[in-house]
Ligand binder design. Sequence first.
Ligand code: HDE
Length: 686
Amino acid sequence: MINEDKKINANSKNEQLEYFRSADSEDKELTTNQGVKLSEDEESLTAGERGPTLMEDFHFREKMTHFDHERIPERVVHARGFSAHGEFELYESMKPYTKAKFLQNPNVKTPVFTRFSTVVGSRGSKDTPRDVRGFATKFYTEEGNFDLVANNFPIFFIQDGMKFPDVVHAIKPEPHNEMPQASGAHDTFWDWVSQNQESAHMVMWLMSDRAIPRSFRMMEGFGVHAFRFVNDEGKAHFVKFHWKPVLGTHSLVWDEAEKLGGKDPDFNRRDLWESINMGNYAEYELGVQILEEKEEFNFDFDILDSTKLWPEEDVPVRIIGKMTLNRNVDNVFAENEQVAFHVGNVVPGIDFTNDPLLQTRLFSYTDTQLLRLGGPNFHEIPINRPVCPFHNNQRDGFHRQTINKGQVSYRNNALAGNSPHTVDEKNGGFAHYQEKIEGRKIQSRSKSFEDHFSQAKLFWNSMSNAEKQHIIDGFSFEVGKVQYKPVQQKIVDMFGKVDHGLAAAIAQKLDVSVPPANIQSKVTKASPALSQENTPKLAETRKTAVIISDGFNGAEVKKVIENLQAAKVQVAILSDRLGSITADDNSTLKAKHTFLTDSSVAFDAVYIAGGMKADKMFEKKAKMFMQEAFDHFKPIAVSNEGEQWFKEKQLPSKTGVVINKQQPDDFSKQFIDAIAAHRFWDRSIL
Ligand code: HDE
């Protein structure tokens, strides 16, 4: 069970978990947890047919007691999550910067486990609220576990973790009525924002498209803090970690995200689960931004301030490896719920900086896990176990699994030759980086953390027109729900310090005063890397609804589907009923989706072929489907009845609408290009 000598490979964690997996229950005898075979499982033991239940029914007691204790506390933040296993492969050795073994040799594959999450909602909430997403990865390395506990934003709300309970209390459902569920609170959160101006940059991200990702597979990840790489000569560099999704970074639109909350609360987890099952593995490249120690003060922001990013144009992201998530969990509770990440789980070669947010996180994770996982032995839970050996003198506590042999559980000892023994740095022992620190004990913030608006403006400047409009809409929606007028005014005044146009547009929607123009940030710089317009755009794995009714053009639809599938687009046949739909040439296609079971929000694109036998109701539903996809800026392909309905609807055939005037091959090609483009923002909503 403990891997004492074997080398680690991509499958090492899977092999270890196999030891803990239960045998398949099929054709097995039912027993108690003590292994006693049972003759009855549905009737409790009673005194007479209508008499009282007897305490001696040990099976009833065991079954009910276990059930009564099935729940554990959910995470105080990031409660709703979903996970997958995978592997990390290094492209180039990082030896000049770090001695971390898993970053030395491009031939080594490291097993990983990643958990994605929303932050605010409870465990049973929805996947698509406007929220930050967690992106936490455990690397099971030969030197122990390294956890990269990241988010999908590169920055955070606060500069000092002392304020974390405050921001979380403010954004969680309000305590007196527990509303709103599964999204950020309105009055309390915006009250907090207006009183804590360091949140300006993060709030810009929160109001942007980044807060409603299309898929966990299409989300960036950021370690947020500056960490340290330390090489085998003891030389350190500052480093920030990035995950870059191979499919690019893409988002939903707000109306779609809201509808999905009702139609499919599991939208993001289903996407990951189904994609992995289909072999469409989620892939992310690992990037690092590296700074020399002497560059620490070269910037107009403090590199240890977690409300600031290091613009990629100034500090390039060097791509050093790739993570592939390729295996779904076997049991959500055992893996996704019981996994315990900790920003403090590092290996030799990776160390901390004095970022005050990072420092406070170092306390919080174990502390909260002691409560959630019921004691100090949660490192023994299968998903948390390192795949390398671990030995120390820690003993006992709730749910201890290891049977530690021997008489001695202390150091220094002579009875066991002072085992287990420490290991010097040269031989792989962790030695904390020796940073020289001098100073007074104080409770105050460094002056270098004072500027809260320049990078908020940098973000704004970097957005495309459509992205800017979405930010204005995000503010108008969220702050529009605030009941307390003075808070609305304060928010508009606060974001007037970012950009006057932004503040004026929100003020107009909220019916509050426009702040003066001269308070806005003077920053004119932009960072193109921040705009999702500049992300990779691929049709691969996108989901397209193909709408057909009886009498559809068999030859054309067949050809288009073939082309879509060749481009790795997922095709879903949709009609007004499940089962076989017959084409004009008597060929058939099986509809696995209907207007009732699905709606356009579940798809990235739609191809409407219709059919000669489409009745009025079919036509109505198909038009609604098409209209909604159109309003959500999605690619649409129409032919036959589809084209006629499109014209009847008087939808302007702007970009992203492909009409079949050509051969099916050209038609499909144009449609596939449109699917890759993701959305067509220049389409006006009717
Ligand atoms: Fe966390 N965070 N956090 N956080 N965090 C937790 O630990 C905390 C922060 C992040 O899928 C908790 O086991 C403090 C930044 C993720 O299991 C808790 C501060 C970033 C997850 C905690 C922060 C994160 C957590 C709750 C401010 C991005 C989910 C449950 C100083 C870099 C991990 C748990 C999972 C979870 C504390 C800020 C990422 C309470 C005090 C910044 C992805 O310990």
